[in-house]
Design a protein around this ligand. Structure first.
Ligand code: FES
Length: 569
């Protein structure tokens, strides 16, 4: 056997029995027990990280997609072998899917490196699956290509279009406010999510799909194809074919994900008014390759990147409209002047070559605006700094009420999610529409593990009086499908002694989006007194065993992507 043959295909990374010849003979024999011929075993092996699960509705189309990927691999002369990894179905996980993103990244990375794989197709979609797979690929050192489930189609309810999950929240808010009865909300529940695929708006899943395409880790034009569209199957077949090319000639993941392509991804996140979660995920992906993501730099990009996409939760349309309007290609063409065009994709072509080839493509201006006439002049997200968030916080300004952007407000503080659940609707709660609701102990190191709880509900008496938005501040995250004047990811978080831990009901808080500031207006002596008081309280206990223990010992803060300290590049 040649040296090359020993390092490729089934002969990669042999099981160690102390005799390489025996190891390969045994492996081939066992592979043959699956009916594979010598001809099949001589081909390059394309691994397919497969994440279908009975607990992941978003990946319901994966059996059909897998068949198409395999067809593409076979057509190009490779041997497709799928393997299961952890799947993260957003709404089926407790306390929150983010806690398990790093576990999925570890599982995926280890299976890519431990098995004889020449290149890998990453089949993901639901919120945390794509970042987990990209983090894994960045660390694994095997050429990789991303394929996503694609977004759901919208449903209909009494003449209105419905799409998970911005409309989930809109109707639930109506129900809480007493404007919709129990039968009405039950009917909506039946119609919110009716097809395979990821949430139908520019939530975290769609944002991460757009980012994966922008990074160059996905075939051009494939991020937004609806899950049930025939083009999705053709994209899967083409992805399989591309994976065989990748196995032969690369590029490697670190040639695709670079400082320049990360900057392009941040631009696109801002231009599509994407999910706040993506800031965390991009920092984690970049961190695997030692690429810094600075929130100050993020603000510079935000100031010079307009919002071009009119999709919920910030605008009107759904992902199926985005696809029909021209998809990611149209957005990239519009912001071409802002992008690093020499970045290479998994196809081997540069972004410049792609955009040159697509020049003049049709665009629906109702959904994707031109750079000269954007929906918003500045990026959809902004980082805030100040005495309440020394290392930063994130506000999705495109989804917020501008009337609340320059405000001093009285704080109404909830010390935990349990405290929030117990008191938010208490008729005796002293709260006014111009207060700022604050939630503590919901950051990455908390027992809650940074849930998407930052969109604190409007207290019922205020909701019933017609209040639709208030300033809300926390170290938690927010669903990419949510909206409101919501300051998130306050870093350092309260569980590790960040200033948020010192906030008390009655304090004054000042938010100034124009100055990128979020401040706790309490004098230093009083803060010192509170800090000393806090230090006398017992520290929260760390889970005694298992993954929860590893998580709590190793998770980093939001500005470092909530990755584990030992997984960074
Ligand atoms: Fe899977 Fe929204 S629940 S993408």
């Amino acid at each position: 056997m040649t040296d090359k043959a020993q390092r490729h295909g089934l002969a990669r990374g042999l099981t160690n029995y102390g005799d390489r010849g025996f190891s390969l003979y045994l492996r081939r024999s066992f592979a043959k027990s699956m009916g594979l011929s010598d001809a099949a075993l001589a081909r390059p092996v394309v691994g397919i990280a497969y994440t279908a699960s009975g607990f992941n509705n978003c990946h319901r189309n994966f059996p059909e997609l897998l068949e198409a990927v395999k067809r593409g691999v076979l057509m190009a002369g490779g041997l497709p072998l799928e393997f299961p990894t952890i799947s993260l179905g957003e709404v089926f996980l407790s306390p929150t899917s983010l806690k398990f993103r790093n576990l999925m990244a570890m599982d995926t990375e280890e299976m890519i490196t431990a098995q004889p794989i020449d290149s890998v197709v990453l089949m993901g979609g639901c919120d945390k699956t794509v970042p987990a797979q990209l983090m894994a690929a960045a660390s694994a050192g095997v050429p990789a290509i991303q394929l996503v489930a694609g977004p759901m189609m919208t449903g209909r309810h009494e003449g209105e279009r419905l799409g998970a999950c911005t409309d989930c929240r809109r109707f639930w808010a109506r129900f809480r406010a007493g404007a919709l009865n129990a039968a009405g909300i039950a009917a909506v529940e039946d119609r919110l999510a009716t097809t395979a695929g990821t949430c139908a708006v520019m939530g975290t899943a769609s944002t991460m799909a757009c980012i994966a395409e922008t990074l160059g880790m996905m075939l051009p034009g494939t991020a937004a194809i609806p899950a049930v569209h025939a083009d999705r199957l053709r994209a899967a077949e083409a992805t399989g074919t591309a994976a065989v090319r990748l196995a032969a000639s690369g590029p490697s993941v670190d040639e695709v994900i670079t400082e320049e392509s990360i900057e392009n991804a941040l631009r696109v996140l801002l231009a599509v008014g994407g999910s706040t979660n993506a800031v965390i995920h991009l920092a984690a992906i970049a961190g695997r390759l030692r690429i810094p993501v600075s929130l100050q730099e993020f603000n510079r990009l935000s100031d010079t990147t307009p919002v071009l996409v009119n999709l919920k939760p910030t605008g009107r349309g759904y992902m199926e409209d985005f696809f029909a309007a021209g998809g990611m290609g149209a957005v990239l063409r519009e912001i071409r002047a802002l992008l690093n065009l020499e970045c290479k994709s998994v196809t081997g072509e540069t972004l410049r070559q792609r955009l040159d080839a697509e020049a003049g493509g049709w665009v629906d201006r109702n959904t994707i605006a031109s750079l000269d006439d954007p929906f918003e002049g500045e990026g959809g997200l902004v980082a805030l700094f100040g005495s309440l968030a020394p290392r930063g916080a994130i506000l999705k300004r495109a989804a917020a009420d501008r009337l609340l952007f320059e405000r001093e407000a009285r704080a109404v503080v909830f010390t935990s999610l349990e405290d929030l659940a117990a008191r938010i609707d208490d008729p005796q709660l002293d709260v006014r529409p111009d207060d700022a609701l604050i939630l503590r102990n919901a950051g990455p190191c908390s027992q809650a593990a940074m849930p998407e709880a930052g969109c604190l509900p409007i207290p019922k008496p205020l909701a019933r009086a017609g209040v639709r938005d208030m300033i809300r501040i926390s170290d938690a995250r927010m669903s990419g499908t949510a909206f409101g004047t919501i300051v998130l990811h306050v870093t350092p978080e309260s569980s590790v002694g960040g200033p948020l831990a010192l906030a008390r009901t009655g304090d004054r808080i000042r938010l100034s989006v124009s100055r990128r500031r979020i401040d706790l207006l309490v004098d230093a002596a009083e803060l010192d007194r509170r800090r000393a008081e806090l230090s006398r309280q017992p520290s929260p206990s760390i889970p005694g065993r298992g993954y929860s223990r590893l998580y709590h010992q190793s998770v980093l803060q939001a500005d470092q992507g909530c990755d584990f300290d030992f997984l960074k590049g």
